[in-house]
Design a protein around this ligand. Structure first.
Ligand code: GTP
Ligand code: MG
Ligand code: NA
Length: 471
């Protein structure tokens, strides 16, 4: 049995859904953590990664010890549900083998649920629906962590009937979007009909069922995708400054093995940077990679896993690009050229929604002669801010952008607007440090630096600032 569990790599499972459907809360319920409670504004703004080992999943599902789990564990990727983060969702999904679409039972399918379904169809990814917040049904009797069929039996006729009509409504909405769905406990055609698992992230009903489906059923239908492969596939999620470790990058290792001492290439706005992996860290099992906690050190890490890499020269690595490993005998020049292509792709992605037109989402904004300056901690959040600025309700042009801390040079660049258009003489800085020299120079020259902990607040503060200027 134990041997069986090691043959396949851990599937990567993406959690998708509309804002506030309960994606993060559902993961908290599985992990026994409180990530959601600590998020600024209660919203997720960066992709997360959590490794759930098979044994922990077994505990939660009360599977018998002799029952084989075919995978060593699950790597779960949390994504933001807010509209502006569509690029991040798409990136999250592109790493995944399977997905869970979380739907709020009291709301049914919403705008980003439908967007998720569109993405899943494009990428041809199998998924399960978690029909969440069943505890919100009026009069619900809590049955902590119970399998859903058991919990439903204990409910009054009123609750059962509300559950029935809400479920029917959701099934109809899925049908309207081209998907046949059924509650999993009544689903005889699991290969053709998408499973719905009713859940509560608050009291845990249905969570064992969801985990069981993920580890027992899904690996069967995607076995070929889960065979180990030597090719290293690794995506940078985020760059962090750690007080003891220095600069680190969080990556998702999708395929292959990373080792201490590996020569790797990361992409930066200035070009490829080649460096050596000094240390490989993972959070403890069942903990979120992006939540700053204690780490385990490793000589090597096998896919799939969320990993924190310690190495010199990482400070300008761009989130969303690949980390490339240079194997002995590889041509370094060639590898760096491949990395350069990555950079071009990262900063000039094509918008699928605008048929045929290649919109250079980030780089085209540089050519705008009058506009504000945006600075963010990762490509993903930068994209989200720019998407929000470009939306019709806001519609603010961007002059230039940068990643990482705000330095004097950024202030100098942004100050070009002081002479051209005063209302644009501003830096919107999200989740980055503003260096003291930069603040001082900005104060001296009259440039405004705005910081906030959510993308939406950041832009709101700016629009308020403009109103103030005009009055
Ligand atoms: P974004 O990351 O912002 O897209 O949202 P999300 O889908 O991760 O939702 P989140 O986990 O932030 O939950 C949103 C709100 O719903 C929070 O206040 C949760 O406490 C609440 N919530 C989530 N799941 C449940 C549930 O099953 N029952 C109840 N009663 N509340 C829930
Ligand atoms: Mg969330
Ligand atoms: Na939320």
């Amino acid at each position: 049995v134990a041997g069986d569990e090691k043959e396949l790599r851990a599937p990567i499972c993406c959690i998708l859904g509309h804002v506030d459907a309960g994606k993060t809360k559902l993961l908290d319920c599985i992990r026994g953590t409180n990530v959601q409670g600590r998020e600024a504004g209660g919203i997720t703004q960066q992709i997360g990664a959590t490794y759930l080992p098979a044994e922990n999943i077994r505990d939660r599902t009360s599977l018998k010890a002799e029952t084989a789990i075919k995978v060593p564990g699950l790597l779960v990727i949390d994504t933001p549900g807010h509209e502006s983060f569509s690029k991040m969702r798409s990136r999250g999904l592109s790493m995944c083998d399977i997905a869970v679409v979380v739907v709020d039972i009291t709301k049914g399918l919403e705008k980003q649920t439908v967007e998720s379904l569109h993405l899943l169809r494009c990428h041809n990814v199998s998924f399960i629906v978690a029909l969440n917040k069943v505890d919100r049904l009026y009069g619900w009797k809590e049955c902590t962590n119970a399998p859903i069929v058991e919990a439903l039996k204990k409910q009054s006729d009123d609750v059962k009937s509300e559950y029935k009509w809400r479920l029917t409504k959701v099934v109809t909405e899925f049908k309207e979007n081209g998907f046949n769905t059924a509650p999993y406990y009544e689903n005889n055609k699991k290969k053709k009909v998408v499973n719905i698992v009713p859940t509560s992230a608050e009291s845990g009903e249905g969570v064992p069922d969801l985990l069981l489906l993920l580890v027992r059923w899904l690996p069967d239908i995607i076995t070929d995708k889960l065979a180990y492969d030597d090719t290293i596939e690794c995506t940078v999620l985020e760059v962090n400054e750690h007080k003891d470790l220095g600069t680190t990058v969080d990556v998702v290792l999708i395929n292959g093995v990373l080792r201490q001492g590996d020569q790797v290439i990361v992409c930066t706005k200035q070009g490829p940077v080649t460096t050596i992996i000094r240390d490989l860290l993972t959070p403890h099992p069942m903990k979120e990679l992006k939540a700053k906690g204690a780490y385990k050190h490793h000589k090597e890490v096998r896919a799939a896993q969320g990993v924190k890499i310690v190495a010199r020269g990482l400070q300008y690595a761009m989130a969303g690009t690949s980390l490339i490993v240079v194997k002995p005998g590889d041509d370094l020049r060639q590898a760096e050229a491949a990395a350069m292509q990555e950079i071009d792709m990262a900063i000039s992605t094509t918008d699928e929604n605008e048929k045929g037109t290649t919109t250079q989402e980030v780089s085209s904004i540089m050519t705008c002669k009058e506009g504000i300056y945006v600075q963010a901690s990762s490509v993903g959040t930068l994209e989200a801010i720019i998407a929000h600025l470009k939306s019709s309700s806001v519609d603010i042009p961007v002059y230039d952008w940068n990643l990482g801390p705000v330095y004097k040079q950024d202030v100098m660049k942004a100050s070009a607007m002081l002479k051209r258009k005063e209302e644009y003489a501003v830096i919107l800085a999200f989740d980055v440090k503003v260096m003291p020299e930069a603040s001082a120079l900005a104060a001296e020259s009259g440039l405004k630096i705005i910081t906030a902990d959510t993308v939406y607040r950041l832009v709101n503060i700016y629009t308020e600032h403009i109103k103030g200027l005009k009055e």
